[in-house]
Structure formats: structure tokens, C-alpha cells
Design a protein around this ligand. Structure first.
Ligand code: MN
Length: 292
């Protein structure tokens, strides 16, 4: 086994608002070496760093919009996010919960602050990760995996180092809770002060981490502060993370789909023709209906 080295550490880009409720730093697809081809199957990463929203008489968020060709994974760290969609599904993503939505052939949905959270105001911290689908699944039926924190597999680290929540894939032989369409590991790592954890993924997998809390040291030398993103080279299998303070790190690693990417806004397909088809289907109402 050889060491997987860090390729680059990104400072958080200037935040922008998605709708009026999500203030995010967009790390993928970034201009600098984090484009969709490089990061595939992770084709978008929006990070809502901790931000206080004052009380509002209407829930802030983003109105009805479509998705096709991929999955959206929403993780709430602080605050609560609600959603509704054209298949009739709805729900609340509470602190520590994960919603894994397979948009696949097409869905309309809206995402906003949960009503009570909105009324009271509070701090929101969340992640939305888009996971690409292999071509053969892009037009399959939409589906949902709503994982409350209690339902997520957990691995307790030795020496009271902390806990690893296995959202998808595997960690130390514990299987993740979400099913995926291609090999992906998605781990929420909670380190206690002085804690350390090690990881091993195939060298060809595209791998990265996002630090949500604390400052961590990777492979004993590279420091990655809170709200920073680190991309690994595809040069080895193993790395470790340690922290002198309590830390939370989202670790992702996935097999490159090695298929062409054609992306436009909320549609991510393989060819330009399929993107045009997505617009046409959307305009014809084939994504269903959802009230604004
Ligand atoms: Mn969406």
C-alpha cells in the first residue's frame, strides 16, 4: 500500500445564493482542477458553511426546478431542510440526516428551510453533493433514500478517536447505509480532540475531503483548515487524518465513470442531444407537476 497524497487544498470560493435560502461555496465543478471530468462521479459540491438566517415569516429556499441524469445527496449539519417533489414525496432533513435523491429520468422539486426552523431563525450548515449516474441508469425511475442519523451505519474508532458515519460504500468492513449505482464511498468522519483515522481507497478512485469543523492534518504534514476542500492525487491508496481539536470531515471517493459528460444547469447527461431532449421533455411537462 502506498500513500495517497494531496494534490491541492482549496480555500472556500466566494459564496453565492441558491434561491434565497442556501448560501454556498461551490467547490465542484470548480475552475481550478475540480471540473466534472476530474471529479467524476462527484459532479457538484455546494457547501453551505455555517450561516445565521434571521427569523422569516416564509421559508427561504429555492423554488420548483428540475433534475435529470444524476443523484443529489443533501446532508444537514446544522438547521433543517425541507423538500417537496413531483412524485408526491416530501420530508425534512434534520441535523445529522442525509437525503439521497436519485433524480435519474427526471424530477421536479423545491428545497427550503423547514417551517419551524425558518420561523425561529438559526444557523444552517449543509452540503449538497451531486453524484453522476452511469449512462445505463440515467433514464431509470427516480427514487429516494431518506436516512435519519440513527439509521446511518457507524464505526467507532479505537482509542476514543471518534466515529465514522458510513453514508455509502464501506469503512473497515462496515457497509454504508445508502445504495449507489457505481462504487462510491461517502463517510462523515467525527474526530475527537487528538483523534486519528485512516482510510484506504483504490488509487484510481477520485478522492477528496471537505473539512466542516476544526483543522485537520492529513498524512502527518498537510494542514486543511475548516471550510477548506482537499483533492487527492490518484497516486496511492491510503491516507490518514488527525486533529488537535474536535473535527468533522466529509470524505468522498468514487470510481471514475469514464463516460462523456454533457452538462447544462440541472441536467447532466452524456451527449448534447440528450441535454436538448431534457429541455424538450421539461417544457412538455414530462417531469411531472409541482405547485410553486
Ligand atoms: Mn435541487
Amino acid at each position: 500500500m502506498s500513500i495517497k497524497n494531496i494534490e491541492l487544498v482549496l480555500t472556500p470560493p466566494e459564496p453565492h445564493f441558491v434561491g434565497d435560502g442556501f448560501r454556498v461555496h461551490n467547490f465542484i465543478p470548480g475552475g481550478y482542477r475540480t471540473d466534472m471530468e476530474r471529479m467524476n462521479p462527484f459532479i457538484l459540491l455546494d457547501y453551505g458553511a455555517k450561516f445565521y438566517f434571521p427569523p422569516s415569516d416564509h421559508p427561504l429556499g429555492v423554488g420548483v426546478h428540475p433534475h435529470r441524469g444524476f443523484e443529489t445527496v443533501t446532508i444537514a449539519y446544522k438547521g433543517r431542510v425541507a423538500h417537496h417533489d413531483s412524485t408526491g414525496e416530501s420530508g425534512v432533513i434534520g441535523e445529522g440526516d442525509v437525503q439521497w435523491m436519485t433524480a435519474a429520468s427526471g424530477i421536479l422539486h423545491k428545497e427550503y428551510h423547514e417551517k419551524e426552523f425558518s420561523r425561529e431563525g438559526g444557523e444552517l450548515q449543509m452540503v449538497q453533493l451531486w453524484v453522476n449516474l452511469p449512462a445505463k441508469y440515467k433514464m431509470s425511475a427516480p427514487k429516494y433514500q431518506s436516512l435519519t442519523n440513527a439509521q446511518i451505519s457507524k464505526v467507532t474508532l479505537p482509542d476514543e478517536a471518534g466515529v465514522v458515519e458510513v453514508i455509502a460504500g464501506e469503512y473497515k468492513k462496515t457497509k454504508g447505509s445508502a445504495s449507489t449505482f457505481s462504487p462510491i464511498h461517502l463517510l462523515n468522519v467525527k474526530l475527537n480532540k487528538g483523534g486519528k483515522a485512516d482510510f484506504s481507497f483504490p488509487e484510481v478512485y477520485n478522492s477528496a475531503l471537505l473539512v466542516l469543523e476544526g483543522k485537520v492534518t492529513v498524512n502527518g504534514s498537510e494542514e486543511v483548515p475548516a471550510n477548506h476542500f482537499a483533492l487527492f492525487q490518484n497516486d496511492g491508496e491510503t491516507f490518514d487524518i488527525e486533529s488537535a481539536e474536535d473535527a468533522i470531515v466529509l470524505v468522498m471517493s468514487g470510481e471514475d465513470l469514464s463516460e462523456p459528460i454533457a452538462a447544462h444547469g440541472p441536467f447532466v447527461m452524456n451527449t448534447r442531444q440528450e441535454i436538448l431532449q431534457a429541455f424538450e421533455d421539461y417544457q412538455k411537462g414530462k417531469f411531472g407537476y409541482l405547485k410553486d
